[in-house]
Design a protein around this ligand. Structure first.
Ligand code: NAP
Length: 331
């Protein structure tokens, strides 16, 4: 089978496919034919520098999510032909991930796709969902407890996760301010339903207070620690900021002193997509279908050999939505 094998950190154009054996089934795992997978920012980070860190087992097939079909299973929970999604839990970092035609995946991170989905969504639309929707859904509803009375600020709004959060929050009916660094992206974000679009130059608080003098009630922070302090200035008292992304390329706040850093009566939370469950995957698919939520697909590639192009597109910051590699439609 074809697989993209990462042996060291490298540039996007150095990614190549190789021929390797299809993995053999073992207890606790299922063998999955990969139908499609989304590209994720963390896979760029893995290729650029994380692959040199001790917790990564090299060589590794990257890819933290996929949708696929069970080929072989020793477990009663899965049978040949089941359509599944799989994500995270060490996928593409401590065991081989989705950049290959067949993957051996631990059953604890494999979830069935159930119900009426097949009539409603294409293979690529299903592939756009696992990691990005789990992240946006969990950030908005578990962490931020978003409701219709809220004013939500999405910081990093033109990212795949930001666009997904916009689509999900529209269903709830709250007011939404979203952002981009680029003026030319404003009209698209307005057309997708944002009430306001602000140009983010790392200082948003004055612009937010011009619209909402008391501040916003909820913030989805996808730029991360780089803009967190400014985000707290945008937040009303009792408001919540959920740090989910690190688009600003700063992962930590040095010598973080919570007493001095965090304003009184404003709340900080975060979302980590490492622990999906069948229940939450079912909830997400149901929410998407029942509310006719449009997936934010930017580009679909049709071969593993396009992996360089897919990584280059994400690195260019010009995708404006989810990048998918589709190998084969679901039957
Ligand atoms: N916590 C979790 O478990 C979890 C799960 C999934 C993703 N994430 C994180 O969520 C974030 C979004 O991921 P994604 O895949 O949706 O990203 P993406 O689609 O690749 O986002 C691309 C957009 O981000 C903006 N951007 C890029 N670099 C930036 C910078 N230095 N400063 C400000 N904005 C920048 C650009 O928008 P403009 O040019 O329009 O401003 C760009 O179009 C990433 O940090 C990712 O690692 C976290």
């Amino acid at each position: 089978m074809k697989a993209v094998i990462l042996k060291r950190t490298c540039e996007a154009n150095e990614l190549v496919t190789s021929e390797i054996n299809i993995p053999k089934i073992k207890e606790g795992y299922v063998l999955v034919k990969i139908n499609a997978f989304g590209i994720n920012r963390s896979e760029i980070i893995l290729r650029q520098y994380e692959a040199d860190e001790d917790h990564i087992t090299l060589p590794i097939v990257p890819g933290i999510e996929c949708v696929g079909t069970i080929i072989e299973s020793l477990s009663d929970d899965f049978k040949k032909g089941d359509r599944i999604v799989s994500l995270m839990g060490g996928m593409g970092r401590s065991f081989n991930g989705s950049y290959e035609e067949y993957a051996l995946l631990p059953t604890k991170n494999v979830f069935k796709i159930k119900g009426k989905l097949w009539n409603s969504l294409s293979t690529e639309e299903i592939a756009a969902i696992p990691e990005t929707y789990f992240t946006a859904f969990g950030s908005l509803f578990e962490c931020l407890m978003l409701n219709s009375d809220d004013v939500l600020l999405i910081r990093g709004g033109s990212s795949a996760t930001g666009l997904t959060a916009l689509a999900l929050a529209k269903v709830i009916g709250c007011k939404i301010i979203t952002t981009s660094r680029k003026k030319e992206r404003v009209s698209k974000l307005l057309s997708l339903g944002a009430d306001y679009v602000l140009i983010d130059d790392d200082n948003l608080s004055d612009k937010v207070h011009e619209i909402y003098p008391g501040g916003v009630s909820k913030i989805l922070e996808l730029i991360g620690p780089k803009t967190m302090s400014d985000s707290f200035k945008c937040l009303e008292k009792q408001g919540i900021c959920c740090v989910t992304g690190v688009l600003g390329n700063q992962e930590f706040i040095k010598e973080f002193d919570p007493i001095k850093y965090l304003p009184n009566g404003k709340y900080l939370t975060s979302f980590f997509s490492n622990h999906p469950t069948q229940e939450i995957i079912d909830d997400i698919f149901e929410f998407v279908i029942e509310n006719n939520v449009q997936t934010s697909i930017a580009s679909v590639f049709y071969s593993l050999d396009d992996i360089c192009k897919a990584h280059e597109l994400m690195e260019s910051n010009n995708a404006q939505g989810k990048i998918i590699i589709k190998l084969e439609d679901f039957e």
